[in-house]
Design a binder for this molecule. Sequence first.
Ligand code: FES
Length: 105
Amino acid sequence: SVVTFISHDGEKYETPLEEGVSLMQVAVDNMVPGIDGDCGGEAACGTCHVVVEDGWIDQVGRSGPVEEEMLAMNPEREPNSRLSCQMRLSDSLGGLVVRLPEFQL
Ligand code: FES
């Protein structure tokens, strides 16, 4: 299975889906631009922000309370915004599509 990241200017980056690993880690491992993961996945830096495509948000789920606190500090967050370090990949997310926000370049 694969996961697809779409940059704000429409560039697509496909990465393999690694089960049990966070979406941030997969992005960093595959050098997807715009996902830095500065805090190492602690929901404390906000540099792993992604916007989940509408059709996927139920499957992915919404942010938890700690993550939400971090997201709330960003005036440009969207309803489907998530911190990708808080998204653990499982087989059921094969084909997942997320967008990379322009503010994170
Ligand atoms: Fe820092 Fe996700 S890596 S908030």
